[in-house]
Design a protein around this ligand. Structure first.
Ligand code: PRP
Length: 199
């Protein structure tokens, strides 16, 4: 029942901890990255590819800081489950709408952790003969990296923090916040325990 679900939903104040990156700092970083990309891709056929859903907030701000003609496209992927078990196999649930052959591609992500998602995407997109592919991420948690990848444009390095906002979610909420916040870990732990108890 919707009413019961809403009653159990934690409020923003209960979930959010400290601000890790305030909106002014994010905006400044996005402008810097946009300027670098503008300098690097003059005269090229640039296509920005975003991975749904977290990457779209960053993509929409970044694209407006790139002073070049460019195109946008979107992909969506999920890990392949068998009987509820994560197999680690990635599959495309929404593919690009256009050919990338001979074009200059930048994959735009909100965050890279293990690098497994982006490494799968790179392999997949490389097989379509683009002119080049580069990676741009706002947040780079390289201490969790498993796959070997080269990140050409990186905003902020972060450690082992649980964060939300500016595209990043907790149970699909808080993607629309202007700033990036740490999660209140005590509240989240209790939330997970109560979910387990009710399942
Ligand atoms: C996040 C992020 C990347 C991926 C990075 O997406 O947007 O796509 O995780 O993790 P990795 O480097 O360990 O592979 P998520 O799966 O949370 O989905 P979302 O974009 O819908 O939030």
């Amino acid at each position: 029942m919707q009413e019961d679900k809403d009653k159990n939903k934690l409020t923003q104040n209960e979930i959010l901890g400290n601000v890790l990156f305030p909106s002014w700092e994010i905006n400044k970083k996005v402008a810097e990255l946009g300027k670098k990309i503008t300098d690097d891709y003059k005269g090229k056929d640039l296509l920005l590819v975003s991975v749904l859903r977290g990457g779209v907030i960053f993509l929409s701000d970044l694209a407006r800081k790139i002073d070049l003609p460019l195109s946008l496209d979107f992909m969506s992927i999920s890990t392949y489950d068998v009987a509820g078990e994560d197999t680690g196999v990635v599959r495309i649930t929404k593919d690009l709408e256009q050919s990338i052959e001979g074009r200059e591609i930048i994959i735009v992500e909100d965050i890279i952790d293990t690098g497994l998602t982006i490494s799968y995407l790179m392999r997949n997109l490389k097989s379509r003969f683009p002119g080049s592919i580069a990676i741009c991420t706002l947040l780079d948690r390289d201490i969790r990296r498993i796959a070997e990848i080269e990140v050409k444009y990186s905003g902020f390095k972060i450690g082992e923090k649980y964060i939300v906002g500016y595209g990043l979610d907790y149970k699909q909420r808080f993607r629309n916040l202007d700033s990036i916040y740490e999660l209140n870990i005590d509240t989240v732990k209790k939330d997970i325990e109560s979910l387990k108890a009710n399942s």
